[in-house]
Design a protein around this ligand. Sequence first.
Ligand code: C2E
Ligand code: MG
Ligand code: MG
Length: 747
Amino acid sequence: MEYSGQISANTQSNVNKQISRAGHPQDTWYVLIVDDDIEVHDVTRLSLHNIRLLGRRVKLFHAMSGAEAKGILQQEPGMAVVLLDVVMEQPDAGLRLVQTIRDELRMQEVRIILRTGQPGYAPEEKVIHDYDINDYKTKQDLTHTHLITSMVACLRSYQQIKTINQNRAGLQKIIAASSNLLEIQSIQAFSDGVITQIASLLGLSAEGLMCAVLQDQGNDAATRILGAAGQYADLNQQSLDLLEDSHRRTVIRRCLDEQQHLYLADETVLYIGKEPHAAAIYLHTSRPIEESDRELIELFLKNISIAYQNVSLFQKLSATAFADPLTRLANRNEFIRLLHETRFPDGANPVVVLLDLKHFSEINDGLGQDVGDDLLRAVARRLQLTFGQDTAIARIDADVFGLIGDETILNPLSILASFDTPFESGDQQLLISATLGIGQLELMGEAGLTRLKRAYIALNAAKRSLLSNYAYYVPKMEEDTEQRLLISRALRDALARRQLQVWYQPQFDLSSREVTGVEALLRWPQNDGDFIPPSVFIPIAEHSGLIVDIGFWVIDQVCSDLAELSSEGFPNLRSAINISMQQFRSPSFISGIMQSLSNSKIDAARIELEITESVLMDEPEVVIKALRQLKQLGITISIDDFGTGFSSLSYLRHLPLDRMKVDRSFVRDINQPGGHVIIESILSLGHQLGLRTIAEGIETAEQETFVRKHGCHEGQGYLYAQAMPLEALKRFIEQRRTPLSGAAPLP
Ligand code: C2E
Ligand code: MG
Ligand code: MG
């Protein structure tokens, strides 16, 4: 070994020299000999010369005194065995060193073999036990063979202790590291987190890259850097092509191609996730990774892999769900979010403007949709060129644009002036004009949706006006409360007179094509045979609190209808019931449901409550608590209109959900550019979360084929049936199960 000749006095430089010559403990055992007798050092060195124990080389460190030994141990925490002379400068110097090792240096893993020339100085058994001493030998005992057997036993036990401790520390780290990451939704924060955690598991400084192949809408696939730490930080969110080191680019691409980890000499590329949501993590490790570390990292990756797939889906979802594919501007969802987040920096007076193109539908119908699309793109470009700098611009409806900016820039004159020159659309030059609804955010409340509603109130006022192309929002405009009050009174009356009705819209299993359930939908018939649509009276009922009583009535009615269906030989259908936030706040909500269940004697599993994302996010604690109790009763829970709200991934995971209902706007938009991506992502997110999925609003066979192809379990929509009264539902089901009637299984 590298020990050369005479052991000099106890100098720090000697210690340092021994340390710096040390290899890495991975393929070498570190053994410290502590003895004041130079001959013992020589004999031991000869015995262990060029020998391999349990497959590894042995590196010896030498100390002539307790103090010198302490210095070496402090600098070399990876010491496996100390061969220790009991009697040195003082009779108890050896035992004092043992005490220092265990109590002061807190080195519990290193194994200790005591040696003594004088058998009389044997330590008591208690000391051997308390200080975890492995062996006690007289120097005569330590012949070559004895020394080797004794050493092997010690090394084996050192290795076991170390593995156990490492695993324990590793698992704790993994648990801590993964739970941090599970809550993150932004891909960049997630990647940074992963890089930092892996580096810390390996004891390295946080430096690395995380990359994935991303399919840009319609364009070629490109490898992008999702997150970067340390020297790579500048490359965040850039193309991998910008990484200068070509070798690194190659190994990252290789990892993604081969879909496996690459453990190379001084770098490691890890593969995480599953196609098509997979990524590669590159780390410069300056050494090969030990087997035990590999296990640790792979366990960690397995733990967070699902989280990564979810984050990546969410990212994709929001990229497409918040952009208008036609103009590439923000869409309505994103505009509401921006409105919600707009604050008032000192001196600024932000306004919201809704800009409606006059006679757009005539252009669309008269000149064709392509010309219409071109025109919308041209308007988007014009608005961006004129106001783009400090203004948020969105397309929030077919021919309605939304702008948020400071009132010094966004005023009716400047906006309408931008419509003075014609727009190029196809080979036409079209001169069009616009109507503006404007509101000072200050006057418009806090929530994004409220602000948008009020801006629409201003827009509608402008459209009605004969004198002006624009109108500013003033609270007085909302005083159509008269009308609301009237409806509210009539609704209360209708409930009392039992004039409301519950209709049922069937739901189908997309593979067996059988009716698996229905959704209960309220109907309010009028004397003239017309119906006031739920979209009109439900918001009013919610506003006035009447929805709580209506809700109890709906639940009770559904339970008794389900009991009637069973007793007349109809299958054990499940019925979904829509629930509003106000119902969750009612203290008797759960007991009311229990009462209805027990009155009708139907199984709780036949009731499914539908809640929307906005209900969920309104008061998550209240809702989650109630949902847990309802689940315990055996009731199932479905999340309605999924994709239109802002539910956070971490909430979704904590919810006791059974089913996800894809909102019908996504089904409708399958053929819009980028439309299929959203619905694919939503369905795949549903699967990741372990939920059954159902698509609402299926109107065409094409839509059905599409969602079924992407693993959607069930469907509901006009293609199969509209909502119908109970008696009609019975006939509908009856017809479908009598083959003689000629009814096809599905249209
Ligand atoms: P929702 O829960 O999303 O209900 C689905 C709506 O989509 C129903 O409208 C249904 O008639 C309609 N629909 C179903 N298939 C198709 C299709 O293929 N194409 C199109 N265009 N529409 C389809 P409806 O009955 O007008 O209900 C509107 C909303 O009113 C419901 O939306 C729900 O949020 C609410 N609602 C209805 N009944 C109740 C109730 O008892 N309680 C509460 N709190 N809300 C209710
Ligand atoms: Mg619903
Ligand atoms: Mg719905």
